[in-house]
Ligand binder design. Sequence first.
Ligand code: GLN
Length: 301
Amino acid sequence: FSSCLAESATQKLEDVYKYWSNKFLSHNIEEADISANYIVAHVLGHKTIYNLDAQTLLNQTQVDKINELCHLRSTGMPVQYVLGEWDFLDLTLIMRPPVLIPRPETEELALLCIETLVNDIEIERPTVLEIGCGSGALSLSLLKKCPKLQVVAVDISPTACSLTQENAQLLGLMDRICVIQGDFTLNKVQLELSRLSAFPLIVSNPPYLTTDELTGLQSEIECFEDPTALDGGLDGLDIIKEIILKAPDLLMTNGHLWMEVSHQQPPLIAKLVQNSHNDICLIEVVKDLFGKDRFCHFQKK
Ligand code: GLN
């Protein structure tokens, strides 16, 4: 429908914002107000318009850019891709379709890992493994907070690997991250990883939605994202099972594994761990900011 959207005729910030938020709303674009807010603010070099004077007059270049981005948003493209960047904790990361857009829950996972690194790991220069790095959000926020840390980050998607590298470059963290493109479920990739190090910490936000859940999701965001990053198979546990099975070979004794999962999965995961009879225990399940069981913390015996 973008062709039938007239461009805003006025140049006042308040009016341009209202014009687009109403357009979005009338065309059932999700989060209409906040989308218009982010786009207008972004073009003016800000994060939100709340700190700007509503009467500000915009020049034609700014209005043209806002119109261009808003047309993109009108196609249903997530605002994070429209802006081409998104904040994760205190980092601003480049975002590009179809690489998974980091969710607010995952910021909590980063904080849990930082806590583990600071309080429970007594190694001078630890190396963390991230399985499924996407845009690099988790790995890069750990590197930013822990100056002596190194990270090995693996992802099956070449696009994700390049984006992690680009973000690392942008943040000046290239020298402490090694990005490997490969399918973690393959033996040869696991072998390659096990040769690099015995890791004190593994972190992963793996694909954990069931295929049915993913097909049922009508929201815009998942339509634009790589399904490989979201689809955990029939029971959502395909990659989780693989990680639980292989983590003991990759972790050092007493090493930690933190994983984001679907809120229905922790009881199933507890059973999986019990039945696998390998050297790993589920030591806690932590709730996310919405009060849902979300983060599984394992430790190698
Ligand atoms: N939380 C994401 C969603 O609901 C899923 C992320 C994932 O599968 N790792 O879209």
